[in-house]
Design a protein around this ligand. Structure first.
Ligand code: A2P
Length: 273
């Protein structure tokens, strides 16, 4: 269902995944089962979401082989540090009931803490041990990616950032691209807020599609990876039906006009300070 995209470490990642932020364990298990049934092959969780056990349960209950499912989790802010981050992944694996994750991210840089480089060194070690197949970051700026490279000679495979029609992140997407870091969009629908935009409604009517499908198609057509969150089976299904139509140049320029630098989440520069 979802195309696979090659990362800078040679591994491949599904372009579409399911986000499970704000689901409890039981909801996460049900949504994961539903999504895997509907052709999703990537599940994006985090230790901070408190639902890793539910995610692991859903993956097992799907009956799919472990190798067919791509699981992402993240190191929370209070677990930054060389030893702390390693302990945190071991605890995440325990909760997930898995012996590796496909992708491990540093959830936020927390520049004021200044521990993200040593945390990154821990992720490099965990990758060497095979406990994380690929490693990356979330909410990092271009200069923070460069610092990781200067100090460790290793670049993240992915930078997962807030990205939707109201916050198009042109500069940061370019920085990721220049470094060969894949951009993955969190809150790709702007937490659902961008769905009511009249221009998106117009494009939805033009293509006979849902507004969410228009936005998700806009992302994937630019090579961005997406992890829309839904706890509703119909919307989980509909959000995956984005690979059987295309937006034209005019549609893409109309969507480019919607950028207004408006975040739905925290500013990474100050979050956690
Ligand atoms: P729900 O879980 O009830 O479906 P984002 O991924 O940008 O953070 O957006 C998630 C929000 O958007 C959730 O509130 C989710 O609600 C809602 N949502 C997800 N998919 C759709 C859809 N296809 N149509 C309408 N709302 C959606």
């Amino acid at each position: 269902a979802s195309p696979m995209i090659e990362m800078n470490d040679g591994h491949r990642i599904p372009q579409l995944g399911l986000g499970v932020w704000q689901d409890d364990d039981a909801q996460a298990a049900a949504c994961v089962r539903c999504a895997l049934q509907e052709g999703y092959r990537l599940i994006d969780t985090a230790s901070a979401y408190g639902n890793e056990a539910g995610v692991g349960q859903g993956v097992r209950e799907s009956g799919l082989p472990r190798s067919d499912v791509f699981v992402t989790t993240k190191i929370w802010n209070d677990a930054q540090g060389y030893q702390e981050a390693q302990d945190a992944l071991h605890a995440s694996l325990e909760r997930l009931g898995l012996d590796y994750v496909d992708l491990l991210l540093i959830h936020w840089p927390i520049p004021s803490l200044d521990k993200y480089v040593e945390t990154w060194r821990a992720l490099i070690h965990l990758r060497e041990q095979g406990l994380a197949r690929s490693i990356g970051v979330s909410n990092f700026r271009g200069d923070e990616l460069q610092r990781l490279f200067l100090e460790t000679h290793q670049l993240p495979a992915v930078n997962q950032i807030e990205l939707h029609p109201w916050l198009q992140q042109g500069e940061l997407r370019t920085a990721n691209g220049v470094l060969g870091v894949r951009t993955q969009a969190w809150s790709p629908l702007g937490q659902g807020k961008a769905l009511t935009d009249p221009d998106i409604g117009r494009l939805a009517a033009k293509h006979g599609r849902e507004p969410a499908q228009i936005i998700l198609r806009w992302h994937v057509q630019q090579g961005v990876l997406v992890i829309p969150k839904s706890s509703n089976p119909d919307r989980i299904r509909s959000n995956a039906r984005i690979f059987d139509f295309a937006l034209d140049d005019e549609d893409m320029s109309a969507l480019a006009q919607l950028d207004r630098g408006e975040r739905v989440g925290p500013d990474p520069d100050t979050f956690g300070a």
